[in-house]
Design a protein around this ligand. Structure first.
Ligand code: ZN
Ligand code: ZN
Length: 133
């Protein structure tokens, strides 16, 4: 696994942003299972045929905004917890209900990460030069 760096500070990233960019209908699955529903308007597509696209920006613990933890209870008494984490600029509100394509999601992510990185890389322009010596 490649080591991810935090898009907001360049530190080590252990988290990914869970902000929802939108969702995409599972076309292949729909065509196989419910071909008559494949062309439904967005708001009528059942949840089980929706794939949620999340922001997925790599974040370190210091930069991420935590909105959790959520506890999962599994059968047999085993439980585990997980947290929901967001970019500093993604606070979880305004979660998108829009239907988007996988390509749109990828472009949104790229643009978002580039914007986040540009901010701290501009503040520390000498960091890269310093490593040359
Ligand atoms: Zn960070
Ligand atoms: Zn995000």
């Amino acid at each position: 696994m490649t080591k991810q760096i935090c898009a907001y500070c360049g530190g080590q990233a252990d988290l990914l942003c869970d902000y929802r960019l939108g969702w995409e209908r599972l076309r292949t699955k729909m065509r196989q299972e419910v071909p008559h529903l494949a062309t439904l308007p967005s708001h009528n597509v059942p949840l089980r045929y929706r794939h949620i696209h999340t922001c997925d920006t790599p974040l370190c613990h210091a930069c991420a905004k935590h909105s959790g933890p959520i506890f999962f209870c599994l059968r047999g008494g085993h439980g585990f917890s997980d947290s929901i984490d967001y970019c500093p600029d993604h606070d979880g509100h305004g979660t998108s209900r829009m239907e988007i394509t996988g390509l749109q999601a990828r472009l949104l992510r790229q643009r978002w990460v580039a914007k986040a990185k540009a901010r701290w890389q501009k503040h520390t322009p000498s960091a890269e030069q310093a490593t040359l010596f």
